[in-house]
Design a binder for this molecule. Structure first.
Ligand SMILES: *Cc1c(COP(=O)(O)O)cnc(C)c1O
Ligand code: SF4
Length: 315
């Protein structure tokens, strides 16, 4: 992560693109952050590369400043305590960190007030106490930011603590790290995954088949062998993965590697990202075509998050 490219001009230089594709103004709003391991999978000289479009700050982000929302999914209203969100029955989501190993331009948490998330073991101890006191909670979701930016020592401790709470049956991690820096899936990480007595679910975040190379495949195989269930959530992004070919290739590449496509999210209407939006009718037609080509388990559920609903809303 220390070596990651942190501005659009440097990213353009790496790919042999003119600087006019980058926008310093967009970066003021949300800085560029792209690890070298991810950049290596981009096609040099292609301004439409589906990986590049996910990370390069562009002028068109500045065009929806009046209409996009800062908190499109109602995170603020769902806070049960600092860094503990509950929107749905039985499961709480912990904001474990504000850091990510990549900055995705469409991210719905690009304006989240991460300063308020608990820090270190002392911060987590308060979240653990809340979970201990509420026997209805049988699942804990570690999210962020990206929980895998934390040290394995902290994560191993957190997982051990959660496993000691009898009503916690499942631990879920929402992470993009195995996608962007697959080397993060190291032996120390696999150790705490293997020793968890609660069922471990990894919800990964791939948006395009081009994100999967040999190193990523090896990381997925290691995670699978460690006993974790692997799911994927994607965001439907105009110009990145909104064609039948892109979706079919991604879903097949995932199921071949024992990752089950879980959700395909309609974009949350966050300020700065509206140019990625796909109309609902087009999204539904796309998923219907996908269903006619693939086995049922390879087709993700198309959903939108509507603030205040009891679950993600299937479209
Ligand atoms: C999306 C989300 C979940 C997970 O929902 P599932 O349908 O169980 O995948 C849980 N908590 C919060 C706050 C969420 O935003
Ligand atoms: S990794 Fe996830 S949380 Fe982080 S910027 Fe990307 S979409 Fe947002």
């Amino acid at each position: 992560m220390k070596q990651a490219v942190r501005n659009g001009y440097a990213l353009c230089d790496q790919l042999g693109l003119p600087h006019r594709f980058a926008s310093a103004a967009a970066e003021q709003d949300f800085p560029v952050f792209a690890p070298l391991e991810y950049i290596r999978r981009m096609q040099p000289g292609n301004p439409q590369d589906p990986l590049l479009l996910q990370v390069l700050g562009m002028q068109r982000e500045m065009e929806d400043q009046g209409s996009g929302l800062l908190d499109p999914v109602g995170d603020e209203a769902a806070q049960r305590a600092e860094g503990v969100l509950q929107k749905y029955k039985r499961r709480v989501l912990l904001i474990t960190t504000g850091a990510c190993a990549i900055h995705c331009r469409y991210c719905f948490r690009r304006h989240y007030p991460y300063e308020t998330a608990p820090k270190g073991k002392a911060g987590f101890s308060r979240s653990l106490e809340l979970i201990r006191q509420d026997a209805e909670l049988d699942e804990v979701i570690l999210s962020g930011g990206d929980p895998l930016t934390l040290a394995d020592e902290t994560l191993g401790w957190l997982v051990d603590e959660l496993c000691q709470i009898p009503h916690v049956r499942r631990i879920r991690l929402h992470t993009r790290l195995p996608v962007v820096i697959p080397q993060r899936v190291c032996e120390t990480l696999l150790d705490w995954v293997r020793r968890s007595s609660a069922a471990m679910y990894f919800v990964l975040h791939f948006n395009h088949a081009q994100e999967i190379d040999a190193a990523v495949s090896a990381a997925l195989a290691d995670l699978h062998r460690s006993g974790a269930v692997l799911l994927n959530q994607s965001v439907l992004l105009r110009g990145v993965n909104d064609s039948l070919e892109a979706q079919r290739d991604l879903c097949l590449a995932l199921v071949d590697r024992r990752v089950v496509p879980y959700y395909l999210h309609q974009l949350d209407l966050v300020q700065g990202a509206l140019h990625f939006a796909v109309e609902d009718a087009a999204a539904q037609a796309l998923v219907a075509s996908l269903r006619s080509e693939l086995p049922g388990y390879a087709v993700p559920t198309l959903v939108r998050e509507i603030a205040g609903q009891a679950s993600k809303t299937p479209l």
